[in-house]
Write a protein that binds this ligand. Structure first.
Ligand code: PEP
Ligand code: MN
Length: 334
């Protein structure tokens, strides 16, 4: 249930209302927007008398939220959430470009790619240190050393770093990481999500390989229910019956999620297609359908990449794409 307060309600009256609602046995999530205050009630609201609340002088309206995702629901938080990563703002009309290799390989590699994507206007650097690989015999990432190399690249370029966590037990290593990525394979690792709800650091939550949008939102709810409200959702393709592309990029997810949630939504055309030549067209399509940003794999030598070379753009291809994305953004500007 959400209770929308009238404009200009005093802080004191608002607090009295929140205390009273808590006394009824429900949790209250307060969102002070630019134009209105929304009180989101969490828990069993069946005993709450909607008519009584509607009749109060400070209340504008009361609505039931039937969906099982509450905190991430746009009804709870009508305005877009902006996730702040240093000076970078994700969501709320901003467009964020996250670029970098699938995996951190060497200092030279990550610094070179970081400098190249920065020169092409990227806002953040990605790079996997802990790699979830289908085969245990494949390169598993440099782990702690990879995170140290990302920090060097950040120091060299000023770009905030985004890297994937695979287990809650490695959280201490991520203390100085700017955005923690939860990969597709861990989208429903509920223990990990619960732990990430306890920290105050932005989370990039990728959609699972075969998960519905509702499941994605429920996973974001795990993080937000714990008090961490800085979540960026990522559509990265889902598994369907076609195998020409690595996955099927579900672009309808972008406008659909926009309706359902206030969280920013970025698109990963690299993992969605698996083929470098398809990354650019799908990145442009994602920009056109209203995504808040893109996360793209870029490697200085894709032919010799230790992971996902086939879908990695060269820095030159990335720079070309970034220019085209800017043109699409301009074309759809309201
Ligand atoms: C990645 O971003 O490197 C990655 C493993 O992505 P996903 O979890 O979407 O497969
Ligand atoms: Mn990859």
């Amino acid at each position: 249930m959400v209770v929308i307060l009238k404009r200009g309600v005093t802080q004191e009256k608002k607090e009295q209302m929140v205390d009273w609602l808590k006394g009824q046995g429900v949790g209250v999530h307060v969102v002070d927007g630019e134009f209105q205050t929304v009180l989101g009630l969490i828990g069993d609201t069946r005993g709450i008398d909607m008519d009584l609340i509607s009749s109060l002088a400070i209340v504008e309206s009361v609505k039931r939220v039937t969906e099982s995702f509450k905190c991430v629901n746009r009804k709870f938080h009508p305005e877009d959430t902006i996730v702040r990563v240093g000076d970078v703002e994700v969501g709320g009309g901003n467009f964020t470009m996250i670029a970098g290799p699938c995996s951190v390989e060497t200092e030279e590699q990550i610094v070179e790619v970081a400098k190249a994507v920065k020169a092409a206007g990227a806002n953040m650097l990605r790079g996997g240190a802990f790699k979830p690989r289908t085969s245990p015999y494949d390169f598993q990432g440099l782990k702690a050393e990879g995170i140290e190399l990302l920090k060097i690249a950040r120091k060299e370029t000023g770009l905030p770093i985004v890297t994937e966590i695979m287990s809650a037990s490695s959280l201490p290593l991520f203390e100085d990481v700017d955005v923690i990525q939860v990969g597709a394979r861990n989208m429903q690792n509920f223990d990990l999500l619960t732990q990430l709800g306890k920290i105050r650091k932005p989370i990039l939550l990728k959609r699972g390989l075969a998960n519905t949008l509702k499941e994605l939102l429920m996973s974001a709810e795990y993080i937000m229910a714990g008090g961490n409200e800085q979540i960026i959702l990522c559509e990265r393709g889902i598994r369907t019956f076609d195998d020409y592309t690595r996955n099927t990029l579900d672009l309808a997810a972008v406008p659909m999620l926009r309706e359902l949630t206030h969280l920013p939504i970025v698109v990963d055309p690299s993992h969605a297609t698996g083929l470098a030549r398809l990354v650019s067209p799908m990145a442009l399509a994602a920009s056109a359908c209203g995504a808040d940003g893109l996360i793209i794999e870029v490697h200085n030598d894709p032919m010799h990449a230790l992971c996902d070379g086939a879908q990695s753009l060269t820095p030159e291809q990335y720079a070309e794409l970034a220019k085209k994305v800017a043109r699409v953004r301009e074309a759809i500007r309201p």
